[in-house]
Design a protein around this ligand. Structure first.
Ligand SMILES: NC(=O)c1ccc[n+]([C@@H]2O[C@H](COP(=O)([O-])OP(=O)(O)OC[C@H]3O[C@@H](n4cnc5c(N)ncnc54)[C@H](OP(=O)(O)O)[C@@H]3O)[C@@H](O)[C@H]2O)c1
Length: 272
């Protein structure tokens, strides 16, 4: 796949995104960093959240510096639900408002339901992957309403919300929940001009998974199951996020946009 390196090339594609104020959670690595790169190319002003990886968020800033867009970083641990309101107030204040919220931060937890005591892990996953996006989205909608402004929310869920496999009880439950939340919020907030959609990525190698996914046997198994014949890239996810944030999807709300190279359409999710 050609990679998109021309920094100004997305502005003609998504012209309405230029100058838009977007909060991306979990921008210190992986998909969130890819989203930051693509949205900076589209000319968005960005509030970039991180949790435990200050070096990662510095790398993201370095990656997007040539775009010249205004950027601010903010730290928060979303498992501390009591800290989310203060975090959001700070994020809103950076550019005196936000036009879009990308709930991307998430933890990929794995364990066998019977072998492990999952209760603690389940609670943590639930907090970061579902309760935090719920709270952030509600705050975003309330602030948009108070300012009498429209807004757009993109929730980064996963194909695990639709089709899953062993080890993913906590993770898949939160992602299916996030897709349901997308629909409820779209239904409730459409009347206020707030659109809400989910992005459901398939397998996208990130720093966390490079070692495993690029082992030849793993690559053969996973890529072999994908009609598109390749893994997804963080840039694919960034482009889809730009699309969902832009006026190109002004009539789209309550939808789940699956980007998985055809993996679950074929219905042969590989055994882990
Ligand atoms: N990669 C894939 O194949 C794939 C597929 C489907 C869906 N997704 C979803 O994509 C999103 C990003 O994942 P990724 O694959 O890009 O992995 P990643 O590189 O590990 O990114 C996860 C992000 O979430 C943040 N985060 C983790 N725990 C947090 C906490 N307690 N509070 C606040 N933020 C926290 C991390 O921040 P720090 O590093 O700063 O702690 C990081 O920025 C997740 O929601 C994941 O479920 C990924």
């Amino acid at each position: 796949m050609p990679s998109r390196t021309d920094k100004s090339s997305l502005q003609p594609v998504f012209p309405d995104l230029k100058g838009k104020r977007i909060l991306i959670t979990g921008a210190s690595s992986g998909i969130g960093a890819g989203m930051a790169k693509v949205l900076s190319e589209a000319g968005c002003r960005l509030v970039l959240h991180y949790h435990s990886n200050p070096e990662g968020i510095s790398r993201t800033l370095d990656e997007i510096k040539d775009s010249g867009v205004e950027v601010q970083t903010l730290q928060c641990d979303f498992s501390r639900l009591d800290q989310i309101e203060e975090f959001f107030e700070q994020a809103w204040a950076v550019f005196a408002g936000l036009d879009g919220l990308v709930n991307n931060a998430g933890v990929v937890t794995k364990s066998l339901s019977l072998a492990d005591d999952q209760a603690k892990e389940f609670d943590y996953t639930l907090a970061v992957n579902l309760q935090a996006p719920y709270r952030l989205s509600t705050l975003f909608a309330k602030y948009c309403l108070a300012d009498d402004k429209p807004g757009v929310i993109v929730n980064n869920s996963s194909i695990h919300g639709q089709a899953t496999c062993e080890w993913f009880a906590a993770y898949a439950s939160t992602k299916a929940g996030l897709d349901a939340l997308t629909k409820v919020h779209a239904v409730e907030w459409g009347q206020y001009g707030i659109r809400v959609n989910s992005l459901a990525p398939g397998v996208v190698p990130v720093e966390r998974t490079f070692d495993v996914l690029y082992q030849p046997a793993m690559e053969k198994k996973w890529v072999g199951a994908m009609p598109a014949g390749r893994y997804g890239s963080v840039e694919d996810m960034g482009l889809a996020t730009a699309y969902l944030l832009s006026d190109a999807t002004s009539w789209m709300t309550g939808s789940v946009l699956t980007l998985d190279g055809g993996l679950i359409a074929r219905g042969n999710y590989p055994h882990r």
